[in-house]
Structure formats: structure tokens, C-alpha cells
Write a protein that binds this ligand. Structure first.
Ligand code: NAD
Length: 476
């Protein structure tokens, strides 16, 4: 039996709850039972956090890169030691299989290890000038950062908000999702335990729109970083623009997968079926629209469907579970609506298609084929366990379909042709392109999108530079 921790705010290093604050229940998506009660920050709490973030920023930006790196590395070590204690509650609140919950905690430590090393790699440059003159390009931390993270990767997304900011020398106030708060609190606590000052990293909760309006309404916050849906991202970008705060937006996607007949079709189907249903498809870079060259279609379809139908769906805490419940009832309803609409428009249901049971938000892994373009699911991100397999007539049509939507986060391609790989890299509109692999996320590579999938990057060198401003210094 895994205990779910007591929940609190973390403001200026202090654990805060009670005191007549508003609260909300956190629900286990596998059982619909209440796991815990989460306090909301009051307006005074948020003001206190802002003041602490301002003071923390001035302290942290003057802390040497070596010291910042050592503290962040120590925090990463603590997160690794606590991977079980962070990962199991993460599964309780979010639903994913517990091996993935623990793996997520460890990956958030890997991210922090990378960011710790990047503290020391923030370089400016010296410009050529005549004797006696000097000109430099310098990079400085932008200031206190507000980070709003979603519920699908509650530890990783929180770390993406924090890691780049702390490496750059910024302070950060993070708001993890109220639906999955425990893992975010645990990550922030590890940073505090490792020696990050209390005003430098803080964790708040509340009604999301109230918290974001309060924090973005303050001149103290100089940068916003948000992961979530495109409509909320557009709204927050407008709020940030009122005060010209810089922003990183990691929003929705609708991942196209271009499968060409010159690839290893069996491997492509096996790898992508496993990838598609990870975290019940609630992944912004999830492969969603499979665009398969006609002559490879039947082979890909049969292997992919067989592999999907063999997945074991269950409580994430149970051994042998391949796919847990969806994280919330909204997602379940959305998927049901999209599948029904696709079938009405003439799509074929190859496997799945139904909710499982009536307790917990379980849904069958589902494969649709021959889905017409006017079905809602061809245009709206399903963010759930549904794959669309459509036969396509060659490269040009496949690239055109990949680029048809306003989204451009992750795209995937399977082909053995080097020339085609280069064409795809040039032509596919996406922030990330995976060729002959299912992976697009590594700590050292930028993670982000184009078009309606957002702008700016997290991870990699770009994740640190996104929290810096540039200054040209001229000496006569
Ligand atoms: P949402 O955009 O309403 O919520 C996503 C996150 O943003 C949540 O954690 C929420 O608390 C927060 N949020 C919402 N409004 C906010 C506001 N005004 N200020 C600050 N934070 C706010 O989406 P949802 O209903 O939770 O999920 C629906 C869709 O969101 C999905 O179908 C998917 O398209 C998208 N989504 C994307 C990601 C991603 O990783 N890019 C993650 C979660 C959800």
C-alpha cells in the first residue's frame, strides 16, 4: 500500500496549508477515490511568493555558476534516491503504470543533472575592437519566472519549468496541476533540501486562471513558461504581452507519422504501437495520424492492431499493467465523442472503442482506419488512447497531410532512403522530427513546437537560453 503524501504550498521555504484556505480534493483516476486535500494559495500567499521570488532572484543570480551547479546536482541525487517515493504517488494521482511513474521521477533527475552542467556553459562573446576599446555580448538571467505545468507528466513538466530557470540564475514560482500536485511538491522539496534558497523555488496552487492572472499581473514576474492546450496558451500569451514578459509556450500537437514502403514496416508498427499508448496517449508528442504508403498499409495495420489489442489495461499500481486509466473524466468524454464522430463519418473501428467499466477513467486502446478528413479527430488533438491509420498515395500527399493542421510539435517518419530523410527534415513543419525511432525527448535536445504548438524550447542549451536576456556592453 503506497501512502499519498500530505499536500501543501511551498512559499519562501515554508510548507503552508490550513489556516482557512480554500481546498480541493485530489482524485485517483483508477478508483475515483479521494487521495488528499490540496490547499489553494490566497491572494496574500501569492504576494508573499512574489516578494520572496524577487529577493530570491537577487540572491541566486549572484550565486556562482559552480555553486548553483553543485546544488542542482545534489537535488538531482535526492530525486533519484526518492524515485520510488515520488513515482508511486505520481501513479496514484495520474494513473500511469508505476514503472513509468518511477521512471518519470528518474528522468526529471536526469533533466536536472543536465541543467546543473549547463550552469557552467553560459557563454558571451567578445567583439573585435581597436586597441583600448572593448565590446562584449553578455547573457543575464531574465528575472523571476512563473511556470504553469500540466497533469500528464507531473514531475517532468515541473522540472522543465524549473531547471532552465535555475540554471540561468532566475528564481521560479511553479504551479503544478492541481489534479496531480504531489510529485511537483516533491520535486520542489528536493531542491530546497539540497540548498536552493526558499525564495528561489516555490510551489503554489489555486484556481489556475486566478493564479496566472495574479502572477502575470505583477511586474516582478519577467518570464512565463506554460505547457497545456493551445486555447489556454493563447490566453496566457495575451496576459504576458500586457507587460511584455517573455514567454515559452509548449502547447498541443497532432503528431503525424509518415510510414514509407521502403522502411522496416514490422519494426515501425511494433515501436509506434508501444509509443502511441504510453501514458494512455496523453502525451503532447503522441503519434496520432499514421499516414501509411498504400503498399505498406495492410502489413502495418495488421501488426499495429494486433499489438494494440494485446495491451493490458488496469490500475497503474498493478503488476502487468501496460496502460493505466486516463487522468481525468474530461479526457475520457473527449475521446468517446471523437470516436463516435469518426464512426459517424465512416471510419472503420479496428480494435477498442469503448470505456472499460464504470469506475475509474479506463478506456480501451483504440485503432481507427480510413478516417475522413472532415472527422473531428483528424483536426482536434485526441490526447488519449486512439490511433488513426490512413492509407496514403506517396510522399507529396503524405507531407501535405502532415502539414495540413495548424499544429507542429512532434512528427515521425519511417524510411530507409537517406535522400527522403533530408527532404522530410526540410519540409515537415514540426519542432521535433523522429526518423526510424519513436523518441523525440532527450535532456540535451530542445523540446518545443512551431505554429499553434507554441514557441520557445525547453531542455537542451535552448532551455537555459530561454531564461536569459542579452546585453551588449561597449567600453570606449
Ligand atoms: P488545459 O489547457 O485546460 O489545462 C492544461 C494545464 O493548464 C492544466 O494543468 C491546467 O491547470 C492549466 N491551466 C488551465 N487554465 C489555466 C490558466 N488560465 N492559467 C494557468 N494555468 C492554466 O487542458 P486540459 O483540459 O487539462 O487538457 C485538455 C487539452 O490540453 C489536451 O487535450 C491537450 O490538448 C492539452 N494538454 C497538453 C499538454 C501538453 O503536454 N502540451 C498537457 C496537458 C494538456
Amino acid at each position: 500500500m503506497t501512502d499519498y503524501p500530505t499536500l501543501h504550498l511551498l512559499i519562501d521555504g515554508e510548507q503552508i496549508s490550513g489556516g482557512g484556505r480554500e481546498t480541493e480534493d485530489v482524485i485517483n483516476p483508477a478508483t475515483e477515490e479521494v487521495l488528499g486535500t490540496l490547499p489553494h494559495a490566497t491572494s496574500a500567499d501569492l504576494d508573499r511568493a512574489l516578494e520572496a521570488a524577487q529577493n530570491g532572484f537577487h540572491q541566486w543570480r549572484r550565486t556562482s555558476a559552480d555553486k548553483r551547479a553543485a546544488i542542482l546536482a545534489k537535488a538531482a541525487g535526492l530525486i533519484r534516491e526518492r524515485a520510488k517515493a515520488i513515482g508511486e504517488p505520481l501513479t496514484l494521482e495520474q494513473g500511469k503504470p508505476v514503472s513509468e511513474g518511477r521512471g518519470e521521477a528518474s528522468y526529471s533527475a536526469s533533466l536536472l543533472e543536465f541543467y546543473a552542467q549547463e550552469c557552467k556553459r553560459i557563454y558571451g562573446r567578445t567583439l573585435v575592437r581597436p586597441e583600448g576599446q572593448r565590446a562584449e555580448v553578455q547573457y543575464h538571467p531574465v528575472g523571476p519566472v512563473a511556470g504553469f505545468a500540466p497533469w500528464n507528466f507531473p514531475a517532468i513538466n515541473v522540472m522543465r519549468k524549473i531547471g532552465g530557470a535555475l540554471a540561468a540564475g532566475c528564481s521560479v514560482i511553479v504551479k503544478p496541476s492541481e489534479e496531480t500536485p504531489a510529485s511537483g511538491i516533491a520535486v520542489v522539496q528536493a531542491l530546497l533540501d539540497a540548498g536552493v534558497p526558499g525564495g528561489v523555488v516555490q510551489c503554489v496552487f489555486g484556481v489556475p486562471s486566478d493564479v496566472s492572472e495574479h502572477l502575470l499581473g505583477s511586474p516582478i514576474i519577467r518570464k512565463l513558461t506554460f505547457t497545456g492546450s493551445t486555447p489556454v496558451g493563447k490566453h496566457l500569451a495575451k496576459l504576458a504581452a500586457e507587460d511584455l514578459k517573455i514567454t515559452t509556450m509548449e502547447l498541443g500537437g497532432h503528431g503525424p507519422v509518415l510510414v514509407f514502403n521502403d522502411c522496416d514496416v514490422e519494426k515501425a508498427a511494433e515501436v509506434m504501437a508501444a509509443n502511441k499508448f504510453r501514458n494512455a496517449g496523453q502525451v503532447c508528442v503522441s503519434p496520432t495520424r499514421f499516414l501509411i504508403e498504400e503498399s505498406a498499409f495492410e502489413q502495418f495495420r495488421d501488426i499495429f492492431t494486433k499489438r494494440t489489442a494485446a495491451l493490458t489495461v488496469g490500475n497503474g499500481m498493478d503488476k502487468g499493467t501496460d496502460m493505466g486509466p486516463m487522468a481525468n473524466a474530461r479526457g475520457l468524454d473527449n475521446v468517446a465523442k471523437l470516436i463516435a464522430n469518426a464512426q459517424d463519418k465512416g471510419a472503420k473501428l479496428l480494435t477498442g472503442g469503448e470505456r472499460i467499466g464504470n469506475q475509474g477513467f479506463f478506456h480501451q486502446p483504440t485503432v481507427l482506419s480510413d478516417v475522413p478528413l472532415d472527422a473531428d479527430i483528424m483536426n482536434e488533438e485526441p490526447f488519449g488512447p486512439v490511433a488513426i491509420l490512413n492509407p496514403m498515395a506517396g510522399e507529396e500527399a503524405m507531407i501535405a497531410e502532415a502539414n495540413r493542421l495548424p499544429y507542429g510539435l512532434a512528427a515521425y517518419a519511417w524510411t530507409d532512403s537517406p535522400a527522403r530523410r533530408r527532404r522530410l527534415a526540410a519540409e515537415v513543419e514540426a519542432g521535433m522530427l523522429a526518423i526510424n525511432t519513436g523518441g523525440v525527448s532527450t535532456v540535451d535536445a530542445p523540446f518545443g513546437g512551431v505554429k499553434w504548438s507554441g514557441y520557445g524550447s525547453e531542455d537542451g542549451r535552448e532551455g537555459v537560453m530561454a531564461c536569459m536576456v542579452v546585453k551588449a556592453v561597449h567600453e570606449g
